[in-house]
Design a protein around this ligand. Structure first.
Ligand code: KDG
Ligand code: MG
Length: 403
């Protein structure tokens, strides 16, 4: 199974995606997701200029050796651009191997450890009535676990809170990022009351999640985790920008609210203290940004030693290819926790045709050989790249803050 060609396609059906198509001498096509929100063209160039030439003529079976070649062989290590590029190659090779074996990919990762993957959906509302409607709508769609994001009085536009005009899609199509305003004190005052109201309305059993989206200092995060304890969260996500892993010691010392971290991480080294000292409860990385199935499997195995589970990143900027990879991995690993799931825009389905399904709150990758995703090259042409960026956050005095 020799790699004959590899092509990078940037397309924008509903939003931008970067997809790697690796073709073998037998005509099999393996797919990889290399989408890095707001930096798509950097990964596409990294792949086209520096990675594709290395792939041509290689044995497509050599997944581990190719991973090490791209990681160690570049000399420069880690970083989201590099690791997204490596991930795309890695996933495409796993896809090819499983297609050639005639098996759904999860069978090559050890087989199914469960019948389906518990998924959580994103509810959001500017005020309580809107939020309650959104939670109900998600329950009606079958979700058994729900992330709750809310408007905060005094903050105009907030991560995770769609307006009737804009569905959830934080990357806005424009040549430059839009700016939002942030007020930590207003958020910390408002949020516990929202969770009290949601618990009162929906009862004690519904698993509820919340994403603080990297905006708090450790002491603020400690306070929020403590204040939310009465509402029994499934997790509090990204309470701090966790490059400083040691900062989580302080948060952990003050709260028993479970913590989830890692969607912006791209290497096992970003997790060493967090996992080794059991400072988090869920690993949030995506296959797409953490170096592929080969690398994320290692992170999850290390997490398992510390009773830490998976909670893989699955917003719309993970393409159906990246999502399918997450589902095969999640079905196979023992320490699966939960999977984030946001259905893509209808236009995305014109380009990507995934076999995975969502029913009764559970996701399943399907039984097609390989990843179970096909990519319509001609349809992709109809949706050319459009510049789109995540917002930039500023405090009231203009200081740039974490978004
Ligand atoms: O590209 C950034 C988004 O993927 C991120 O904002 C989504 O925080 C996110 C989540 O939990 O899905
Ligand atoms: Mg998040």
């Amino acid at each position: 199974m020799i790699i004959r060609s590899a092509e990078v396609v940037v397309t924008s059906p509903g939003r931008n995606f970067v997809t790697l198509l690796v073709t073998t001498d037998e005509g099999l096509v393996g797919l990889g997701d290399a989408t890095l929100n707001g930096r798509e063209l950097a990964v596409a160039a990294y792949l086209r200029e520096h990675v594709v030439p290395l792939l041509i003529g290689r044995d497509a079976h050599a997944i581990e050796d190719t991973w090490q070649l791209l990681y160690r062989g570049a000399y420069w290590r880690r970083g989201p651009v590099t690791m997204s590029a490596i991930a795309a190659v890695d996933v495409a090779l796993w896809d090819l191997l499983a297609q050639r074996a005639g098996l759904p990919l999860y069978q090559l990762l050890g087989g199914a450890s469960r019948t389906g993957l518990l998924a959580y959906g994103h509810a959001g509302g500017r005020d309580l009535p809107e939020l309650f409607d959104s939670v109900r709508a998600h329950q009606d769609q079958g979700f058994r676990a729900i992330r709750v994001q809310t408007g905060v009085p005094g903050i105009d536009s907030l991560y995770g809170v769609a307006t009737p005009e804009t569905a959830y899609e934080p990357a806005r199509r424009s040549p430059l990022p839009v700016e939002e305003r942030w007020d930590t004190s207003a958020y910390l005052r408002h949020l516990p009351g929202v969770f009290e109201a949601v618990r009162h309305e929906f009862g004690p059993e519904l698993p509820l999640l919340h994403d603080a989206h990297h905006r708090l200092t450790p002491i603020q995060a400690a306070r929020l985790g403590r204040d939310l304890e009465p509402y029994d969260l499934f997790w509090l996500e990204d309470c701090t920008p966790a490059e400083n892993q040691e900062a989580l010691r302080l948060v952990r010392a003050h709260t028993v609210t479970p913590l989830a971290i890692g969607e912006v991480f791209n290497s096992v080294h970003d997790y060493r203290t967090l996992l080794g000292e059991q400072l988090i409860d869920f690993v949030r990385s995506s296959v797409t940004h953490a170096g592929g199935l080969t690398a994320l499997r290692r992170i999850l195995d290390l997490a398992a030693l510390h009773q830490i589970k998976s909670g893989l990143h699955g917003p719309t900027d993970i393409s159906p290819v990246g999502m399918a990879a997450a589902l095969h991995l999640g079905l196979a690993v023992h320490n699966f926790g939960i999977q984030e799931y946001m259905p893509h825009a209808p236009a995305t389905g014109e380009v990507f045709r995934p076999a995975f399904r969502f029913a009764d709150g559970l996701l399943h990758p399907g039984e097609e050989p390989g990843l179970g995703v096909t990519f319509d090259r001609a349809a992709a042409e109809r949706f050319p790249y459009q510049a789109a960026y995540l917002p930039v956050n500023r405090l009231g005095d203009g200081t740039v803050h974490d978004w």
